[in-house]
Design a protein around this ligand. Structure first.
Ligand SMILES: *Cc1c(COP(=O)(O)O)cnc(C)c1O
Length: 334
């Protein structure tokens, strides 16, 4: 037995059985334009069509269903206002639980109402993400609510890994998978699944230059903090946690490479998705296409799968990017 916490192919297969019929099995389609550009078949895994608009529903659903009936009845809790918050709200409501989502006063009203609409009990406290997290810990201690973390959790990683199982079934001859990377729950799960089934397949993590916490941590050999800036790939923001227990080690061992993208490259990926593939994809979901377009992926002679991980982009921002803006957050980063 491994001395370290990890997620195995058996855990991922069990997650797939558990969440089957409760999340969408998303299509994998061939991109004519990217296949032509790369000279090998390029398949797009359309996971941005997942219910709630991102893959995070897989991990959240598996985490909620893995709880005892009694814990599920007490309820789950998190501090995320983004895709994890949406996913947990929906997973809880549809699987016989209730999610409490804590957020600060600074979170815009549209995000608050979206998470409320998905059935969560929203608690607005303090003026920072840290204060929202303190409230989470208080409610865990006081009411026995179960915290479901966005990435560093075995049930969450196993749930995200089900995406890797589907990709291998849908594209059995694949030679590489391009995976958006932030805290590493998606990349760890997908890499564990794909490497178990097809050990020679390369699994490549992609993230933005602005605040690449996993890349800096892998280079340093331990979890480190990086400076954060606003990015088109806002869902890739945030650190990996200095007390990371699971995803840092799994990503260090399983990822073949981590590639960084500029804001202009991410914008080009979003525009390609819209103009060529007719898909609305958020910045984080466009990094795989962006890396191919930028010529940053070494083509090894066989089919490539690209994960489009989410579509929850502010439509005003999307329109600006479609109209040619390449770096809407430049001033913040300067
Ligand atoms: C959360 C998220 C990611 C990154 O997932 P991690 O498990 O944190 O690495 C990528 N894309 C989208 C759309 C996300 O919501």
């Amino acid at each position: 037995m491994s001395a370290f916490l990890t997620v195995t192919i058996e855990d991922i297969e069990a997650a797939a059985r558990r969440i089957s019929g409760r999340v969408l099995r998303t299509p994998l389609v061939t991109s004519t334009s990217l296949s032509k550009l790369c000279g090998v078949p390029v398949g797009l895994k359309l996971e941005h069509h997942q219910t709630t608009g991102s893959f995070k529903l897989r991990g959240a659903t598996n985490a909620v269903l893995s709880l005892s009936a009694e814990a599920r009845a007490r309820g789950v809790i998190a501090a995320s206002t983004g895709n994890h918050g949406r996913a947990l709200a929906h997973a809880a409501r549809t699987q016989g639980s209730v999610a409490t989502i804590c957020m600060s006063h600074l979170v815009p009203e549209n995000k608050v109402s979206e998470i409320r609409r998905l059935g969560a009990d929203v608690r607005i406290v303090g003026s920072s993400q840290d204060e929202a997290q303190d409230e989470v810990e208080r409610l865990v201690a006081e009411k026995g609510l179960v915290m479901v973390p966005p990435f560093d959790d075995a049930a969450v990683v196993a749930g995200q890994g089900t995406l890797g199982l589907e990709i291998v079934e849908q594209m059995p001859d694949l030679t590489a998978v391009l995976v958006p990377l932030s805290g590493g729950g998606l990349a760890a799960g997908v890499a564990a699944a794909v490497k178990a089934r097809k050990p020679a397949t390369r699994v490549i993590g992609l993230t933005m230059e602005r605040g690449a916490a996993m890349k800096a941590s892998v280079v340093a050999g331990r979890p480190v903090l990086v400076e954060e800036y606003q990015s088109l790939a806002d869902s890739l923001g945030g650190g990996i946690g200095l007390d990371n227990r699971l995803t840092f080690r799994m990503c260090s061992e399983l990822l073949d490479e981590i590639i960084l993208l500029t804001e202009a490259e991410i914008a080009a990926g979003m525009r390609h998705a819209y103009a060529e593939e007719r898909e609305i994809v958020e910045g984080a979901g466009a990094v795989g296409m962006a890396a191919l377009l930028a010529g940053k992926i070494k083509i090894a002679g066989g089919p490539i799968a690209v994960i489009l991980s989410g579509r929850n982009v502010d439509m005003g921002l999307h329109l600006r990017v479609m109209n040619g803006e390449t770096d809407p957050f430049r001033e913040e980063a300067a």
